[in-house]
Design a protein around this ligand. Structure first.
Ligand SMILES: Cc1cc2nc3c(=O)[nH]c(=O)nc-3n(C[C@H](O)[C@H](O)[C@H](O)COP(=O)(O)OP(=O)(O)OC[C@H]3O[C@@H](n4cnc5c(N)ncnc54)[C@H](O)[C@@H]3O)c2cc1C
Length: 263
């Protein structure tokens, strides 16, 4: 299988790396060699497991372990502290319980405990706090991680096409004619490739998450998956993925959301 990824930011290149490890032939198309507007270049590089959804917690746990153990990137393990007011009591209880259930080492603090540990924090309007102190959260330099993925992806044979500064859309894709007959070709935007890789690697458990994403995307089922279902394997647009599970999710979405007109 061949996959083209549009966008060579951190998600595009990390997806390329994982896909190449599965012996998939990958080309990444990036319009800006200087990454002037790329968000990874602006990121603070913070890595934490203190999230509110299972998917984010599991993806973060995986990413932190990966960065620490499989890359040469320095991980500054200074931790994260999150503060909750009275109106966020439910969020606090729900998220910390979920984090702990999923193996994150989040600890909780009362305002009194918080003040004892960090005397300079004003705690009068704080109801709860949570933090980690075991080095499991912290920050990295996003540029270094981006470079690491770029170098490793290239070693695995990933090609990067800088597009001479042109914006890549399916219409100007250099191989657009080829896709019309090549059943073994996939094009995706980097975010979708990333989700697909997570699902394929079983970092996310099933199609449920892909389905959730599909639900949030107005054009997902209509413009791409309807097209691919009715016109066989012509997957020329911006939502293609590396594994059938995503396709199943889209079909489920289509089935559940079919309008009267569609029937
Ligand atoms: C101020 C700030 C702080 C942040 N802090 C954190 C943090 O502490 N921790 C954290 O985890 N996340 C943080 N984030 C979020 C994080 O930076 C993003 O989630 C991440 O960088 C997204 O990566 P990406 O590869 O999807 O996007 P980008 O890095 O934006 O890469 C997308 C690339 O696609 C290219 N591209 C787009 N369209 C096309 C096209 N049609 N053809 C060719 N190329 C195209 C762009 O040129 C760009 O290089 C922060 C973001 C910001 C802005």
């Amino acid at each position: 299988m061949k996959v083209d990824i549009i966008g060579g930011g951190i998600i595009g290149l990390s997806s390329a790396y994982y896909l190449a490890k599965e012996n998939i032939s990958v080309t990444v198309f990036e319009k800006d060699k200087l990454y002037k507007k790329a968000s990874f270049a602006r990121s603070c590089g913070g890595l934490r497991c203190q999230f509110f959804t299972k998917e984010n917690i599991l993806m973060s746990r995986y990413s932190i372990d990966f960065i620490k153990n499989e890359t040469s990137i320095a991980f500054n393990s200074n931790g994260y502290l999150m503060l909750f007011g009275e109106e966020q009591e439910e969020d606090f209880k729900y998220s910390t319980a979920l984090q702990q259930e999923l193996g994150a080492t989040t600890k909780t603090l009362t305002p009194v405990e918080l003040k004892a540990q960090y005397p300079w924090i004003f705690v009068d309007d704080i109801r709860n706090a949570c933090y980690t102190s075991d080095g499991s959260e912290g920050w990295i330099d996003p540029y270094s991680l981006h470079n690491w993925f770029k170098d490793e992806a290239k070693k695995l044979g990933v090609k990067i096409d800088w597009m001479d500064g042109k914006l890549l859309t399916p219409k100007v894709h250099p191989y657009k004619e080829k896709y019309k007959c090549d059943k073994d070709y996939r094009i995706t935007y980097s975010y979708d490739a990333s989700i697909a890789v997570q699902i394929a690697n079983k970092k996310l458990d099933n199609a449920g998450y892909a389905y959730t994403i599909a639900k949030g995307r107005k054009y997902f089922a209509d413009s791409n998956f309807t097209y691919c279902e009715h016109k066989s394997d012509i997957l020329h647009n911006n939502r293609m993925i590396a594994r059938e599970v995503y396709l199943k999710a889209a079909k489920a979405y289509e089935r559940d959301n079919r309008t009267e007109k569609d029937k």
